[in-house]
Write a protein that binds this ligand. Structure first.
Ligand SMILES: Cc1cc2nc3c(=O)[nH]c(=O)nc-3n(C[C@H](O)[C@H](O)[C@H](O)COP(=O)(O)OP(=O)(O)OC[C@H]3O[C@@H](n4cnc5c(N)ncnc54)[C@H](O)[C@@H]3O)c2cc1C
Length: 428
């Protein structure tokens, strides 16, 4: 049964402040009618779907927009931790691409295998190819499973689930939690930063602990963190661990997962035996960006020119979201991917129209985290393009975190989720 807050449209108002800032990112205004061309967008997650939405919305009939996504439906990582806890359903975080289709975006369900940057075309797994004038890539993350012995095999056998891409992984981990005995141990392993959604693992620890506290009161949550300390909203998560989950959550810093063998997880210092193991693997930019030679920062992330999000490795290809080498202080979040998509969409339309791009974009981010099904906290930041350093930099004093754990923000977090899904996918 779904507990906590249902997802009602009326709750959108609470997220208004956070999402209203997204309009700052667009800056090209409502339409660039002289833009003409074909834009192919690969990846229908937060970055790619938003880019397709705004390219069509602002570009109009002159711009042919094709979105290529391998999955039939969009499944949101934000709110997926609540699904793990049994407080929301998979249906609540799953959305269709019909809104984009209704807007005139050509949505193709297909896997892109390769990019020919010289010929300006992408090759699909079904042997079709699509020509483009500008290409947008937002393929998300892929996992460096080779860095942890035994991990790939354990994932393939379905013995462990990372649940760091929402979908079958989320459902699999939920099943394991439901089957876990009272008095059992759920052990999660956080990779070294940078990784997708800095506060996400600590939110997961809290939400799973909340479920166990009610359903299996003798069970424990062990959080093994490869980082030296909590990487986001530290004081607030420490307060949650202490005030809400004393005796349930144990937090171990500097505990990097090295190997999984025979149901035992080896960290730097300990062997951990647990009823449910949840390794979150180290991450890099999406495989497609790697195959296309775009991961030119530490062979891990894609460097971009921040005014246009155009790759520093290949002209004509714009890279968004988690795959990018983040600007200083910029989180890998769905909200940020959505913002970057608007900067890129506006710039692409200007470039197609032969016009100069906006020289001073501003983007914003808010990440809510549930610490129980009815309580949440947030971190917010504003990022302004710095012409001298050619990157986005956080605006001093323009962000912040919650003063304390509170219930109002749990309602606002649900409003934020509804709003960003609607904004990303052009939901009616
Ligand atoms: C547990 C959890 C909680 C989170 N909570 C929040 C939150 O509260 N707020 C927030 O802002 N962010 C949150 N995030 C982070 C957020 O999910 C990501 O930052 C966001 O999804 C990044 O968007 P993206 O477009 O880069 O990648 P994605 O949204 O992952 O989209 C990538 C898409 O590309 C597709 N794709 C990849 N390769 C190909 C190919 N070759 N051909 C066709 N399609 C392809 C994939 O199928 C996928 O749909 C959370 C993440 C997790 C794991």
């Amino acid at each position: 049964m779904t507990q906590g807050y249902p997802l009602h449209r009326r709750q959108l108002l609470g997220a208004g402040a956070a999402i209203a800032l997204t309009t700052l990112a667009g800056c090209a205004g409502p339409g660039t009618p002289s833009a003409r061309g074909r834009v192919v967008v690969v990846g229908g997650g937060f970055g790619g779907a938003t880019a397709a939405h705004y390219l069509k919305l602002w570009g109009g009939d002159g711009v042919e927009v094709t979105l290529v996504e391998r999955q039939a439906e969009f499944v949101s990582c934000p709110i997926s931790n609540l699904v793990l806890g049994g407080f929301q359903t998979m249906a609540a975080i799953t959305h269709r691409y019909d809104g984009l289709r209704a807007l005139g975006v050509n949505v193709l369900q297909a896997q892109v295998l390769a990019i020919d940057a010289t010929a300006r075309s992408v090759q699909l797994a079904d042997r079709r190819s699509l020509a483009y004038d500008r290409l947008v890539l937002s393929p998300g993350i892929d996992f460096m499973t080779d860095q942890i012995g035994g991990l790939q095999a354990a994932l393939e056998r379905g013995q462990v689930f990372h649940a760091w891409k929402a979908g079958p992984q989320t459902a699999g981990l939920r099943r394991q939690l439901e089957a876990m005995p009272d008095g059992g141990v759920f052990a999660m392993f956080i990779p070294k930063s940078p990784y997708r959604c800095p506060p996400g693992p600590y939110e997961r620890a809290c939400v799973v602990a909340s479920y166990l506290k009610a359903a299996k009161p003798r069970a424990k949550v062990l959080v093994c963190d490869a980082n030296a300390e909590i990487t986001s909203k530290k004081g607030l998560f420490e307060a949650a661990f202490r005030q809400l989950y004393a005796g349930i959550i144990e937090y171990r810093p500097n505990a990097e997962l090295k190997e999984l063998a025979g149901g035992v997880a080896r960290t730097d210092f300990d062997d951990v035996k647990a009823d449910v193991l949840n390794p979150i693997p180290p991450q890099r930019g999406g495989d497609l960006a790697r195959v296309a030679g775009l991961l030119n920062v530490n062979a891990r992330w894609a460097g971009v020119h921040w005014l246009t999000l155009e790759s520093t490795a290949a002209p004509g290809i714009h890279v968004l979201g988690d795959t990018t080498f983040s600007a200083p202080g910029m989180p890998k979040s769905g909200h940020m991917a959505n913002q970057q998509a608007k900067v890129a969409a506006a710039a692409i339309l200007q470039l197609l129209a032969g016009q100069p791009v906006n020289p001073a974009p501003v983007v914003a981010n808010t990440c809510y985290s549930f610490v129980s099904p009815t309580e949440a906290v947030h971190v917010a930041s504003v990022h302004q393009f710095d012409a001298a350093e050619k990157t986005f930099k956080p605006v001093p004093g323009a962000g912040g975190v919650s003063a304390a754990i509170n219930q109002i923000e749990a309602r606002q977090a649900m409003g934020w989720a509804q709003n960003i899904w609607a904004d990303t996918l052009a939901l009616a």
